[in-house]
Design a protein around this ligand. Sequence first.
Ligand SMILES: Cc1cc2nc3c(=O)[nH]c(=O)nc-3n(C[C@H](O)[C@H](O)[C@H](O)COP(=O)(O)OP(=O)(O)OC[C@H]3O[C@@H](n4cnc5c(N)ncnc54)[C@H](O)[C@@H]3O)c2cc1C
Length: 400
Amino acid sequence: MPGIRIDFNRYGDLVARLPSGVRNVDFATASAVCPFAGGPDESTIAAEVFGGDADPVRAHPEIGRFRSAFAAYAPPHRERASSGGIASWVLGASLRQGLVDGVIHVAPSFGRDDGRVFSYRVATTPDAISAGATSFYFPVSMDEVLRIVKERPGRYAITGVPCFHKALRSLRSVDPVIDERIVLQVGIVCGQMKSAHYMRFLAAAAGAPRGARVVDACFRRKVEGRPANDYAVEVKTQSSDASAEGAPVQVHRVMNSRIGVNWGMGYFKPKACDFCDDVLAETADLAAMDAWLPHYVEDGRGWSLVVLRSRLAERLWHEGVRAGDLVQRPVTAQQVADSQRGGLNHRRKLLGYRLWLHRRAWHPAKRQPARRDLSARAAPGAAAARVAARAQPRALAAHR
Ligand SMILES: Cc1cc2nc3c(=O)[nH]c(=O)nc-3n(C[C@H](O)[C@H](O)[C@H](O)COP(=O)(O)OP(=O)(O)OC[C@H]3O[C@@H](n4cnc5c(N)ncnc54)[C@H](O)[C@@H]3O)c2cc1C
């Protein structure tokens, strides 16, 4: 958006800023495309985008609109990937089949001087797609790549966490060039984003010397023989002493299980994530996630769950299965929802209470109503029980 700059705040989150003196910013459009400001919610967008299909599109209260769902992996992509390599496979397949001219995904970009050490870029070869495999728990922004899309005619597939896809759908509704050029939205399921400080925390947890410069990081390294949820975090550092130019790179590793409860407690999570109720990228053509289900977690080589929402995604998928690119097992919508229970509890059940806490402050309009009664949200029926308990002394008094 002309006039608006994206950079890091002191919490390590990438935020939109308005430099002083800038005039003529189109605030109406900016808030219409911001996923946390105005605009239609995810259910409304998904109904519009996927609901018109003549073929069966089912709506599930927790996973959104979908056509089919599978547990799967893509053998050649699996090793480098976070889970089953499904996101990398979809990107590669869309390029191979000529559906797109380039894929927009996230890859390491250490060496930049603006702190964006992971960032979106356009990849046009299978090798480049592989180099961007795995999950980057680090703030990224679409500002630079969207400029490229505007300038460079062609068709693109793009990865993103749920709020990015919502923003893209809104942008596509007001920008016909972007709408024509973004043809496939690949959703990366998200329970929470992390700030840039998270990587520094991981470096310290992995034993990197204080003040050392992080020159590379992998947030999800599979470890042979371990279950899928017991992965390693790997951080590479170099001395930040200017005189140590060319100093050896040191590799530090720590197992995810040793880091502590950062996921459950939401450490390093941007505030915006507490006002998001879309875990499953409900507006993307498909959504890929870790197969956090008992049977699949045991296989540390990695399985993904995938929810196919658009006809296009389903077509790509079935061609992949026919070509022998994918190993798949059907799963139910309920199994998909159960695999994300922690994220759904936080973002759906407990969001109502956060909305109630913020009832006097501005907050985005959400699909959940504000609810003061946390216990009633956590345990259906508890509210009725409490009302009955409150009524009981009065009823007993009436009998005396
Ligand atoms: C911030 C974050 C939170 C997540 N939370 C959950 C969760 O709660 N539950 C769950 O099941 N899964 C979650 N995931 C998704 C999970 O980690 C895997 O990314 C997903 O299972 C896809 O794995 P894959 O093996 O199919 O993908 P891969 O083949 O490894 O490919 C991943 C693709 O996603 C792109 N990518 C990586 N990070 C980002 C990013 N930050 N923004 C945009 N694109 C990116 C990569 O460039 C690559 O193309 C999260 C991912 C992220 C980045």
